[in-house]
Each structure stands twice: as C-alpha cells, then as structure tokens.
Design a protein around this ligand. Structure first.
Ligand SMILES: [Zn+2]
Length: 265
C-alpha cells in the first residue's frame, strides 16, 4: 500500500466539503460529485476511502479529489500535499518524536582504561566465592583444584549487589566505565546480575594479563548461549562489555558466539 503524508480528513478539509455528521470512524459529507446536499457521501478514516449513497461513486481519497477537479491521481496527490503543507506528515513526525521522548534516555559511561578495569575486577573476584556446585562441575571437566584456584573462577552473587559495589568504591576502585556497573534509579552505583544469568564468572585477560572483561558460564543456557559477557549497557551510567577478546564472528552478526577460550586457557 502506498504511504500518504495525509489522510482523507485532510482531503475533505482541502476540498472544503460540508460535514453533515461525524461518526466514530467516518464522516458524512455533501458529495462534491453529484447534487447532494444531505451528506450522502461517507468518508472512512480507517481505510481512507469514500462512497456516495446517492450517485454511487466510490474509491480512494485521491480518486475523490481527482474526480471532483478533473485531474489525474498524481496531480491530485501533489496538490493535496501542497494544500496541507504536509500537515499529516508533520503530525506523524511530531507523534514519533513524542514517543521517543517518553522513553527513558540512557547515557552509558565511557569504557575505563584496562588498568582501571583490572583493579576493580581483581578486587571484585577476591570478594566473591566459588560455590561447591560450580567447583564440582569444573573438577568434572578435568580441571585440578590448583587450576581452578589459579584461573580465579567465582560464582555470580545472588544478592548484595549494591553493598558489594559500595565496598569496591570505598576501597578506591573505580566502577564508572567498568562493564557490569551502573547507576540505579536512585543514582547509586550497583552491579548488574540477574537470576537468569546465574553461573560462574571467568576473568578474561588482555595480552598483558590484565582482567578487562568478565564472562559468565550460565547454569541454564538461554537463547542458545552458554556464555554471556558481564555488561551494563542497558542501564544509566552502564558500560558495554565491548567483548574484549575470545569473540568469534563479525561485529553485528547475530550468529556471533563466545568460544570456550577463557575456560580452556
Ligand atoms: Zn454523489
């Protein structure tokens, strides 16, 4: 269907049609195509079509204008747009802007330096524990106790996110610009974990050995993913994971998946 920057209501107003009755989804007007003075023409807003119950003429809104003034459809369209100044089009644009402005605006923080992220994540991992269920699963995968300890895996916490974050800040760690941290509705810093994304955390290091990202091996994979990055991109003051390393696939490609690299390494 062709997209018009106006409606049949605009056409009626351009043609200065006499309105006899207003209905829920239509208007009864005097038919400009016959000698009607009793509002026998019905203009339907939902379908942008007309029908005269007196002369039987009917069709789309462009036809109405074209028939009344003896012009072709293209001319009708052009003249209506000129006459309305694209009013319906402008209304649509304003409407869209209104919808956008009612959406909460989120401003992300700029990604912190690797050294800053490393300090915060190192302390975060020190504050957390590895649950027995996760340790058992790693042992079953063939890891030794020493490897598990050295790799620094920790379980995602289930509560106390704000307290944890507060402690980090008090100890001189920067949370702004570190993926996972964001400001809650009260403007206070916290870290984003949720039940759906429970699992154990894997510190992901850059070539210099600094922890620059965190992956979570999910207890219950969803959307076909076993691993997700710790991120706070959807929150005020949050930061995207930036997917530091071990990422396979092209950016923006929906089939992108995270390798088991950090786990095996
Ligand atoms: Zn008529």
């Amino acid at each position: 269907m062709q997209d018009f920057p106006f409606t049949i209501r605009d056409v009626a107003s351009v043609m200065n049609l006499r309105i006899r009755h207003r209905n829920t989804v239509s208007l009864d007007v005097d038919c400009p195509l016959c000698d009607d003075h009793k509002g026998k023409m019905n203009l339907n807003f939902q379908k942008n079509v007309f029908r005269c119950n007196r002369c039987g003429e009917s069709g789309g809104m462009l036809n109405l204008y074209a028939k009344a003034y003896g012009v072709d459809l293209q001319t009708a369209r052009k003249e209506i747009i000129e006459a309305t100044g694209g009013s319906a089009f402008k209304r649509e644009q304003i409407h869209r802007r209104e919808i956008e402005s009612t959406r909460p605006q989120i401003t992300n923080a700029e990604m912190a330096e690797d050294a800053v992220k490393h300090k915060t994540y190192t302390r975060l991992f020190e504050m957390l524990i590895l649950a027995d269920c996760h340790k058992d699963s790693l042992l079953k995968r063939g890891f030794t106790e020493e490897q598990i300890e050295a790799n620094g895996y920790k379980s995602t916490p289930v509560y106390g996110y704000k307290k944890l974050t507060k402690r980090l800040i008090e100890e001189g760690c920067t949370v702004e610009g570190v993926p996972g941290f964001y400001r809650d509705k009260d403007g206070e810093w916290t870290i984003y974990f949720n039940r759906k994304a429970s699992g154990f955390m894997i510190p992901v290091k850059n070539p210099d050995g600094l922890i620059t990202g965190v992956q979570i091996r999910l207890d219950h994979p969803y959307d076909g993913r076993k691993y997700i990055w710790l991120s706070s991109v959807n929150f005020e003051g949050g930061t995207t994971s930036g997917s530091p390393v071990h990422f396979v696939g092209k950016p923006g490609d929906k089939t992108v998946f995270v390798t088991e690299g950090p786990l095996k390494g």
